[in-house]
Design a protein around this ligand. Structure first.
Ligand SMILES: Nc1ncnc2c1ncn2[C@@H]1O[C@H](COP(=O)(O)OP(=O)(O)OP(=O)(O)O)[C@@H](O)[C@H]1O
Ligand code: SF4
Ligand SMILES: [Mg+2]
Length: 324
């Protein structure tokens, strides 16, 4: 699926939030590469840092940032070095765009859909309003909706249609990379499937790379050729999708896969006991150790790094390499 050309390389990305209770270590040691036409699924439970990663990559950050550092190479250039003005002009929407979590419910109720889809073009590319509206209408049609929907208000569209419009908005500036943060959650199964098919078609047509954030492993398997599993702010497993779904190595990944119900076997879904930890004071050593049935002394004492267990397959767990 991928072409071998690296479009995005993330190195040691870290993001902490400041709160009244303390510093939330939401992301640490984030490292991955995205090649042209890759679909990297980022999976993990609620609160593990998926949306924080999305926001860090497009630098749409809340005010209470404590630490935001690392390197993000876009086509070989470290865009973390750009000031806000240059980042807005050259990167956000232009090269990397995003469908935010809950985007379909974030349209402004008083503006027509077409106007809102056109907005990034007007703001970021200084395109004339009329021209931008024309392109918005074309994209709305490309998303499988009648062009006249551009004239409708958000309340006149179904959830699935609004989500298509949100995807159109992310595409209007011709980006290379699109981040999709839970693009189908809160939609019924059939609408989900339609959106996934649409995303596949659009990806092939525009030769896009996606970062596809989801807590739904079944959905991820439909689209992704690479998987990053995040737990408590860190990537704990990174591999090709084929390897991940057939030979998951990290106990957390195995737990996630075992929790997916299947229609084809009698196997009962199993659940990972407990809940993800507070990121203000995460567990010592391996952050997963309080929930891991394989844990031993070393796991709470020392933190594992990413250990190579195969070609392009990394796992953050002492069970592998020389850890045991
Ligand atoms: N603005 C903020 N200030 C302080 N803490 C925050 C802020 N935004 C997120 N967090 C915390 O950072 C951690 C990661 O949150 P994030 O929203 O990235 O998780 P997520 O994986 O996207 O979860 P979900 O699946 O529920 O969308 C959580 O502990 C969350 O409470
Ligand atoms: S390092 Fe230990 S606690 Fe962490 S996932 Fe591996 S076995 Fe479990
Ligand atoms: Mg989220």
């Amino acid at each position: 699926m991928s072409s071998g050309k690296t479009v995005l390389s993330v190195r040691d990305l870290k993001l902490y939030y400041r709160t009244r209770k303390g510093v939330v270590k939401a992301l640490e040691e984030i490292n991955f590469d995205l090649e042209k036409e890759d679909v990297l699924a980022v999976v993990g439970e609620s609160g593990c840092g998926k949306s924080t990663l999305a926001r860090a990559l497009v630098r749409v950050l809340p005010r209470n940032i404590h630490t935001y550092e690392g390197k993000v190479f876009l086509n070989g250039r470290n865009v973390m070095e750009l000031d806000e003005e240059a980042f807005r002009r050259e990167v956000r929407w232009k090269k990397i765009s995003i469908v935010f979590q809950g985007a379909m419910n974030s349209f402004n109720p008083v503006y027509k859909i077409g106007q809102q889809v056109a907005e990034p073009l007007v703001i970021h590319d200084n395109v004339e309003k009329k021209e931008a509206l024309k392109k918005a209408r074309q994209l709305i049609e490309l998303m499988g909706m009648p062009g006249v929907f551009a004239e409708r208000y958000p309340f006149e569209l179904s959830g699935g249609m609004k989500q298509r419009a949100a995807i159109a908005m992310a595409l209007i500036t011709n980006p290379e990379i699109v981040i999709l943060d839970e693009p189908t959650s809160a939609l019924d199964v059939l609408t989900q499937a339609n959106i996934i098919n649409l995303l596949k078609r659009i990806k092939n047509e525009f030769r896009l790379s996606y970062i596809f954030i989801t807590h739904d492993l079944g959905l991820a398997s439909e689209l992704a050729n690479k998987v990053a599993v995040i737990y408590a702010g860190k990537i704990v497993e990174l591999s090709s999708a084929d390897v991940f779904y057939t030979e998951p190595k990290h106990p957390y990944s195995r737990g996630l896969i075992a929790s997916v119900p299947t229609l084809t076997t009698d196997r009962k879904p199993e659940f990972i006991s407990g809940a993800p930890p507070s990121l203000i004071d995460p567990p010592s050593g391996c952050r997963f150790h309080p929930r891991c049935r394989f844990a031993w002394d070393k796991c709470s004492a020392e933190e594992p790094g990413m250990i190579k267990v195969g070609e392009d397959h990394l796992v953050r767990c002492w069970l592998y390499g020389d850890g045991k």
